[in-house]
Design a protein around this ligand. Structure first.
Ligand SMILES: C[S@@+](CC[C@H](N)C(=O)[O-])C[C@H]1O[C@@H](n2cnc3c(N)ncnc32)[C@H](O)[C@@H]1O
Length: 259
C-alpha cells in the first residue's frame, strides 16, 4: 500500500489510470535491466496502469516471482485483494495456463489489529493502529468485474470472502500453490496465510509479502517468525530500496525432516 493512495470507497468508480506510456517505459526499462527472463504478456502494461495499491516496481517483482515459479505445478493466490487490480494483473499472466486463481479478502476491510501490530507508518494519518479496523473495505463485485473485463474464466477463479482464518482451511483451499502474493497488512492473517502456504507451496514456489517493515510492524514480524520456524527452507530477500516495502520468499528445497 503506497502512502498517498487511500483506496476508493466501494461506490466510487475506478477512473484512475496511471500515465500509460510512462508505465510502459518503466516496465520496459525494468525488464531490460533487472528482469531479463520475464516473458512478455499482452495487456500487461494496461493492467499495470490500473494498479491502485501496488507500485510499478513492486508489480514487476511480483510478476518476476510468478514467472520464476510458473513451471511448477500449483495455482496462484492473492491474500488481500481489495478492488482486485493486482488480481487482474495476475489473472492476465496465467490466462493461457490451466492454473486457477485463489483470492481471499474479508471485503469488510482490515480486522482488529493484534498486539503484534504496532503503528510504524501512519499511512492514512489516523493516529493509532486501532483506528485502522474496517479501513480498506472494498466490494467483491469490483473484483469480479475486473476479472470479467479481461475474460478470465470464472471456473478458474475462487473468490473467498470472509476473514481468512475461516475462509482458508485445509480441504477447501488450493491443494498446491506455485506463487502467492500476501497483502493482508496485519500480523495474524499474514501468519495464517504463510502457515497454509508452507504446507502447500510447490518445490520452487515463491511468495511476495507486501508491507514488510512498513505501516504495521506485524507484517515483518509474521515473516521473520515464519522464516525462523522453518530454518533452511526459505530464502528471504528484499527488493531495491526504490522498489517499495515488501519482501520476497523463495522455497529452497523440500525438507524431508519436516521441521
Ligand atoms: C492493502 S489491501 C490489498 C490490496 C491488493 N492486494 C492490491 O494490490 O490492490 C489489504 C486487504 O486485506 C484485507 N484483509 C486484511 N485482513 C484480512 C483478514 N484477516 N481476512 C481477510 N481479508 C483481510 C482487507 O480487507 C484489504 O482489502
Amino acid at each position: 500500500m503506497m502512502v498517498s493512495e487511500r483506496p476508493m470507497t466501494p461506490l466510487e468508480p475506478n477512473t484512475q489510470l496511471k500515465y500509460p506510456s510512462l508505465v510502459k517505459e518503466t516496465h520496459d526499462a525494468l525488464s531490460a535491466l533487472l528482469f531479463p527472463n520475464l516473458p512478455g504478456c499482452a495487456g500487461r502494461t494496461e493492467l499495470m496502469a490500473r494498479l491502485l495499491g501496488t507500485g510499478i516496481s513492486e508489480a514487476m517483482h511480483v510478476l518476476n516471482g510468478l514467472h520464476a515459479a510458473i513451471g511448477d505445478a500449483g495455482d496462484v493466490c492473492e491474500f488481500g485483494v481489495a478492488q482486485g487490480a493486482t488480481s487482474a494483473l495476475l489473472a492476465n499472466e496465467i490466462r493461457a495456463t490451466g492454473k486457477h486463481l485463489w483470492l481471499y479478502d474479508s471485503f469488510s476491510g482490515l480486522p482488529k489489529p493484534s498486539p503484534k501490530d504496532q503503528l510504524k507508518d501512519d499511512i492514512f494519518g489516523l493516529g493509532s493502529i486501532d483506528k485502522y479496523e474496517g479501513e480498506m473495505r472494498c466490494d467483491a463485485m469490483e473484483v469480479q468485474m475486473r476479472l470479467a473485463a479481461i475474460g478470465f474464466p470464472a471456473e478458474r477463479c475462487h473468490l473467498r470472502a470472509g476473514l481468512v482464518h475461516e475462509s482458508l482451511q485445509e480441504g477447501t483451499g488450493p491443494a498446491e500453490v506455485c506463487f502467492a502474493y500476501v497483502d493482508f497488512d496485519f500480523y495474524e492473517p499474514i501468519a495464517h496465510a504463510l502457515a497454509y502456504l508452507d504446507r502447500h507451496l510447490s518445490p520452487h514456489g515463491r511468495i511476495v509479502v507486501d508491507d514488510y517493515d512498513f505501516f504495521s510492524t506485524g507484517a515483518k514480524t509474521a515473516v521473520d517468525e515464519f522464516v525462523q520456524h522453518h530454518p533452511g527452507r526459505y530464502e528471504l530477500s528484499m527488493p531495491q530500496t526504490f522498489a517499495g516495502k515488501f519482501c520476497l520468499l523463495r522455497r529452497k528445497s523440500v525438507n524431508l525432516m519436516g521441521t
